[in-house]
Design a protein around this ligand. Structure first.
Ligand SMILES: Cc1cc2nc3c(=O)[nH]c(=O)nc-3n(C[C@H](O)[C@H](O)[C@H](O)COP(=O)(O)OP(=O)(O)OC[C@H]3O[C@@H](n4cnc5c(N)ncnc54)[C@H](O)[C@@H]3O)c2cc1C
Length: 318
């Protein structure tokens, strides 16, 4: 192992939760290291940089990448150290705290805040014919770059916020947009539902995607209406699938952290089942948890304050 450094707190993940936790650690004047396997910003920069965010206080509308940039600038001013491009593989309990182990370096801290977001999730697949074959050739899982839809006939699959957001984001540059959902109504913000219903997006409820067809690229899909049990062919150039995420919590179990179906179990102080390890953001589970930027920020502040109290107590004891 190449090096060994000492910090009060190590934060794993530089998304909204981890960045906010960092701000509060520095308010307490803790030496703080944040490790991320990618660039800072989390989902805002890696999944939906050009999406307008409309539900973050103080901005009526801000591009995700701009919101991320302003949080990152704030953390840099406060003197948080960043290690980017390294994946945390293991967290070992040692006599004076924790060893946070990446592929080639071992970092040391008195407490750890986990903020790994959806790093442990994969996009859910439909499992239909043509889905895998055409992935990257007209089929996208998740959020595409908006320009990918330019002048294309787009099919959005899914009835949650992400799917409606994609349809709304691309509707003005795409040739046409069809949005299908297998149920009778969307499971999304009323704001998005209203915007969709007042737009030129063609909505088909009770409808499933059955098959994706094409040659070099996608050119047609087969849809199935569950109500009248009829099949329909639709010419499309781009299929965007957003039907949720599948968690992979094996690593968390290996790290001896208690998990349930939704993520790492935490209490109201963002304490995990391992003393001295706190967690926040999309990866945590508790009753009423919302997967939003603002909740990730709120939980980041709680996790940092709890880590502060934990270290203070340890110092008094020792
Ligand atoms: C398409 C889409 C649109 C959304 N729109 C909105 C919106 O408009 N408003 C809103 O409030 N919320 C929105 N959300 C939800 C919001 O983005 C999340 O709730 C938020 O990003 C969670 O932040 P986080 O810090 O917990 O995780 P993330 O943003 O996922 O950050 C986690 C970070 O941890 C890093 N990481 C993971 N594993 C490791 C590891 N082992 N080692 C090192 N680093 C690691 C990742 O690289 C990542 O940078 C949207 C989500 C999606 C998918």
């Amino acid at each position: 192992m190449a090096g060994r450094k000492n910090y009060d707190i190590i934060i794993v993940g530089a998304g909204t939760a981890g960045l906010t936790a960092g701000i509060f650690c520095r308010m307490r004047k803790f030496s703080t290291l944040t490790i991320d396997l990618k660039e800072p910003g989390g989902q805002m920069t890696s999944i939906y940089p050009s999406k307008p965010v409309m539900d973050y206080p103080s901005y009526d509308l801000v591009l995700a990448v701009e919101l991320a940039d302003s949080i990152i600038k704030q953390t840099k001013k406060l003197g948080i150290d960043f290690i980017l491009g390294e994946r945390v593989e293991e967290i070992l309990t040692v006599s004076d705290g924790f060893d946070v182990v990446t592929s080639d370096v071992r970092y040391k801290a008195k407490a750890v805040v986990l903020a790994m977001g959806i790093g442990l999730f994969n996009q859910r697949e439909l499992g239909v014919i043509g889905e895998r074959e055409f992935t990257g050739r007209g089929v996208i899982h998740g959020i595409p770059k908006i320009n990918t839809a330019k002048d294309k006939r787009v099919l959005c699959v899914g009835g949650g916020n992400s799917s409606l957001e994609v349809a709304l984001a691309v509707k003005d540059i795409a040739k046409e947009v069809t949005l299908i959902h297998r149920s009778k109504s969307f499971e999304a913000y009323e704001f998005y539902k209203e915007s969709i219903m007042n737009s030129q997006v063609k909505v088909k409820f009770h409808t499933e995607l059955k098959e994706i067809l094409g040659e070099e690229k996608v050119n047609e899909v087969i849809l199935f209406n569950r109500e009248d049990e009829k099949y329909e062919k639709l010419k499309v150039d781009l299929v965007v699938i957003n039907i949720g995420l599948v968690p992979n919590f094996k690593k968390l179990r290996d790290w001896n952290l208690e998990v349930d179906n939704a993520g790492i179990k935490v209490d109201s102080e963002m304490r995990t089942s391992r003393e001295g390890i706190f967690a926040c953001g999309d990866m945590v589970s508790y009753p009423g948890k919302l997967k939003l930027l603002i909740s990730a920020s709120g939980e980041g502040s709680i996790a940092a304050e709890s880590a502060f109290k934990y270290i203070q107590k340890k110092n008094q004891e020792g």
